[in-house]
Design a protein around this ligand. Structure first.
Ligand code: B12
Ligand code: SF4
Length: 549
């Protein structure tokens, strides 16, 4: 690769694809595919109780933090906003970050750069780079597959092996639930830390694993627990946070690093809470006490199916594991695939029931989706089972199959998927109720734990449970009567437990704030029924910035 002639003097724009997202348009936005993690694929059937929030585009934020060239990050621009940035600033390099589903927007953005800034070099990166024939689909000068920090440093003539500087990233923005937008206070939201990209487990469908090298491979930004600890301390100071979302595909797989981090946390008395992704077989490498001491308070775990043969689930009784984790105050987000090879119209309801019976705090359902770059896609393509006429904008795992399934039709795939979300909600209640349940179990078990860091973490969590969350229980209990009276009674019982644990404060919160939340939830339900959607704000961040000479 040749480096850019201006090296680190080149002016760089890094942009995510343009919105609005939650609507149908000719560039590939889909109403069914909003820019919201929970509402898109986890709590979408939970109406006013759905957890709604946005996440920044961390890939380009990391690249920006690790180059010394003048750089702008433009996150969630509108199409007009992107054009305006190109008209009002001069850029030598425009980097566009995207996933496959948004390839139509990348095509349009490349076209716009050519028109508005013809001298600019266009670089396209992120998962979209795995799109077959991408070179002919978009008019870009460079398509970057895999890790982008090293690529961009190399392109600008910088030391690609230099240590990774981690930006201070607030993990979520514009959070709302039950019709209320939560206040954005300093330290109120977790910080995102990205310790690595990729995952060595190499499950056949997994696009993140495949994109960063596949089975046996991944790229560590921070090899040791010591390094990670230092980064977390720095971000703790900058953002005043005590909770971290560790954006690592399988954080607990790297036990040595995690245990070193724990040792440092203990030495420094850090009462941090960590949210992580981890596979069942990795979780099993730890005792519950180790997980709790490490601050694991939220865990995203693939459940897939009881009949799947993925190594990550080897010998794992996920029902028992989920129960145990929740008993120790660890919120679990289970993830289940709908439409695996062995699924048929006859067994799928039973499989979904099994998934739902885990009673996880949250449940993601996704269609089995062969995505370019993965072993599964290659296999399906070889068998001639990929459907040719599916628009990439519809391949996001929440609509219909993009391949010929042996037993289930495309139309039915969507029906089963929707039913899974609905069934989980109906049977287990709003996720907000479930997390209150898990938090209370954790508190009861650990409130007198010998390690003060652990006690402090649970005590701190309880400030929410005895306040706003208890008021939410009051409202959920009433609102859920229409959906499932049995669950409504369980919510009532939980609220009584919270009130007997925390006395007057919890009772006052429920009586004073509960009716307000009931009203805001009902108002939200009406708004959603009328078609209300939410969009992330555009964010512009400039670094090493000076006006051109
Ligand atoms: C956060 C996230 C989101 C956020 C979006 C945030 C945003 N601002 O875009 C939310 C929750 C909204 C989301 C939604 C979706 N997501 Co998503 N998401 C992720 C997640 C969990 C983390 C992404 C991340 O930040 N990773 C860490 C950074 C450092 O890695 P990275 O982004 O890959 O960036 C690196 C390289 O790719 C490269 N790079 C990236 N950009 C650029 C740009 C340039 C110029 C260069 C040179 C390099 C480069 O360099 C970076 C550093 O190495 C990933 C899974 C994962 N672990 O990555 C899925 C993932 C990206 N999402 C995915 C999917 C499918 C979706 C949805 C379609 C899913 C759905 N049905 O709900 C929707 C689409 C929404 C939409 N309308 O666009 C897939 C993409 C699959 C594919 N092959 O395209 C992934 C990989 C998950 C998976 N395994 O299936 N997502
Ligand atoms: S364990 Fe999870 S992240 Fe790792 S390859 Fe399998 S699905 Fe992907």
């Amino acid at each position: 690769m040749t480096t850019h002639p201006k090296g680190t003097r080149a002016r760089v724009l890094l942009s995510s694809v343009f919105g609005p997202y939650a609507r149908d348009d000719q560039f590939g936005s889909r109403a069914i595919n909003p820019m919201e993690l929970y509402h898109n694929q986890v709590t979408r059937a939970q109406g006013g109780f759905s957890l709604r929030m946005f996440h920044r585009s961390w890939g380009i934020m990391l690249i920006q933090a690790n180059i010394s060239a003048p750089c702008t990050v433009l996150d969630f621009p509108t199409r007009e906003g992107f054009a305006c940035e190109l008209r009002t600033q001069h850029y030598d390099v425009v980097g566009i970050s995207s996933i496959i589903v948004n390839v139509g927007k990348v095509r349009e953005m490349c076209r716009m750069v050519r028109e508005l800034s013809p001298q600019t070099v266009i670089v396209v990166g992120g998962h979209v780079a795995a799109t077959p024939g991408i070179e002919n689909l978009v008019d870009a000068d460079h398509i970057v597959r895999g890790e982008g920090i090293a690529w961009m440093r190399r392109y600008l003539g910088e030391d690609e092996a230099a240590p990774i500087r981690h930006p201070a990233i607030v993990s979520a923005l514009a959070t709302r639930i039950m019709g209320v937008r939560l206040p954005e206070r300093d330290g109120g939201t977790a910080a995102t830390i990205v310790p690595s990209v990729g995952c060595p487990m190499g499950c056949n469908f997994c696009t993140t694993s495949a994109f960063f090298g596949g089975k046996g491979k991944f790229i560590n930004f921070y090899e040791t627990g010591d390094e990670l600890f230092e980064v977390m301390c720095q971000v703790e100071k900058q953002l005043k946070v005590r909770t971290f979302f560790l954006m690592d595909e399988n954080f607990l797989l790297h036990r040595e690093r995690a245990m070193q981090l724990l040792a440092r946390m203990k030495d420094s008395g850090k009462s941090w809470a960590l949210s992580v992704f981890a596979s069942a077989h990795a979780i099993r490498k730890y005792s519950m006490q180790e997980l709790v001491e490490l601050g694991i308070s939220w865990l995203w775990m693939g459940l897939e199916s009881p009949h799947s043969t993925y190594a990550k689930l080897h010998n794992a009784d996920t029902l028992q594991l989920t129960r145990e984790l929740r008993e120790h105050g660890i919120r679990v987000l289970g993830s289940t695939i709908v439409g695996l090879e062995h699924h048929t119209p006859d067994n799928i309801a039973e499989e979904i029931e099994h998934a739902v019976s885990h009673g996880t705090d949250f449940h993601q359902f996704m269609l089995y989706t062969p995505v370019p770059g993965t072993p599964l896609y290659r296999e399906m393509a070889e068998q001639g089972r990929m459907l040719e006429d599916v628009d990439p904008a519809d391949i996001h795992g929440q609509y219909q199959f993009n391949f010929r399934h042996a037993a289930i039709s495309r139309e039915d795939s969507k029906r089963f998927l929707d039913w899974a979300f609905w069934r989980d909600f109906e049977r287990n209640g709003p996720s907000l109720y479930r997390i209150c349940h898990t938090m209370l179990q954790g508190w009861k078990r650990y409130k007198n734990y010998p390690d003060p860091r652990v006690r402090e973490r649970f005590r701190w969590e309880m400030t929410k449970l005895r306040g706003g969350y208890n008021a939410a229980l009051w409202a959920m209990e009433r609102e859920f009567r229409r959906v499932n009276r049995g669950v409504s009674e369980q919510i009532h019982t939980l609220r009584q437990e919270v009130e007997s644990e925390f006395g007057m404060a919890a009772r006052v919160a429920a009586r004073a704030l509960g009716p307000v939340l009931l009203w805001t939830t009902r108002r939200e339900e009406k708004r959603l029924a009328a078609g209300k959607t939410y969009e992330p704000p555009t964010i512009v961040e400039r670094s090493n910035w000076a006006l051109p000479a």
